[in-house]
Design a protein around this ligand. Structure first.
Ligand SMILES: C[S@@+](CC[C@H](N)C(=O)[O-])C[C@H]1O[C@@H](n2cnc3c(N)ncnc32)[C@H](O)[C@@H]1O
Length: 231
């Protein structure tokens, strides 16, 4: 499949998955990997919330690929304004109902063609970078640079490579392979998506080459996270 075809199917997947998306975060159903794995997961998701707290996303904040609001609900506690972008109307509806903040501006848009009309103090994206194909990495980060006010900052959070993160019936893409993976819904429907796993040091270096001053680290098993600003 071409990147374009996979990206279309990737969006179809998230639209169809909207109602069951949070099971991943809550370790329910096919994402329940047993007590030890789940306890570790929840300890690490709490660590991510502390990462957000330390980042302190004040001012005008842009959230890319906001999804069902797992992070939007926290951003509203820090920010003066939140603009939340996603291409799936189904997840935007869930997000709006969850966050219940009339001050959040929702934008339905495809991030591979969208460009910002305003500039932001901070840009946050969780579990999105791993869905950006390698060939669009540079273009994506150029778009992010164009979102920022002078001195603006980026926080991103994403998946580390571990089988225990995904559903029991999912197989991760091969390390060094073509970055596509098959995802299943509870009803058995299958979709091809992009899923890229980053080594923190390599990602930091790649961002440095694009002119970012970045710092990338990880939690013990499940997640990576990083901050970046224009160097
Ligand atoms: C893995 S989810 C992350 C959601 C949220 N950030 C979170 O952490 O829960 C990826 C999100 O990207 C959205 N998405 C997929 N393709 C997109 C595209 N081309 N443009 C904008 N959003 C897209 C999906 O609708 C989904 O909400």
């Amino acid at each position: 499949m071409t990147d374009d075809a996979v990206l279309t199917e990737q969006l179809d997947y998230y639209r169809a998955r909207a109602m069951e998306y949070d099971k991943w975060w809550l370790r329910e159903g096919r994402f329940d990997r047993g007590p030890e794995a789940n306890t570790r997961w929840f300890a690490e998701t709490t660590e991510l919330e502390h990462v957000l707290e330390r980042f302190d996303p004040r001012g005008d904040v842009l959230e890319l690929a906001c999804g069902t609001g797992l992070w939007t609900r926290h951003l509203v506690d820090y920010a003066d304004s939140v603009t939340a972008v996603d291409a799936a109307p189904e997840v935007l509806a869930i997000n709006g109902a969850r966050v219940g903040d009339a001050g959040v501006r929702y934008v339905e848009a495809d991030l591979f063609t969208w460009s910002p009309e305003e500039r932001y103090d901070a840009c946050v994206f969780a579990f999105w970078l791993s869905h950006v194909p390698e060939a669009r990495f540079e273009e994506f980060w150029a778009m992010v640079a164009g979102c920022l006010k002078p001195g603006g900052r980026v926080l991103f959070i994403d998946s580390a490579r571990t089988e225990r993160s995904t559903a029991a019936d999912h197989v991760l893409p091969e390390d060094g392979g073509d970055d596509t993976m098959t995802r299943r819904l509870d009803d058995g429907r299958e979709f091809q998506i992009i899923k890229r796993f980053y080594d923190p040091a390599e990602l930091e270096r790649a961002l440095g080459e694009l002119g970012w001053k970045a710092s990338v680290s990880g939690t013990p098993e499940y997640f990576i996270y990083g901050t970046a600003s224009r160097g």
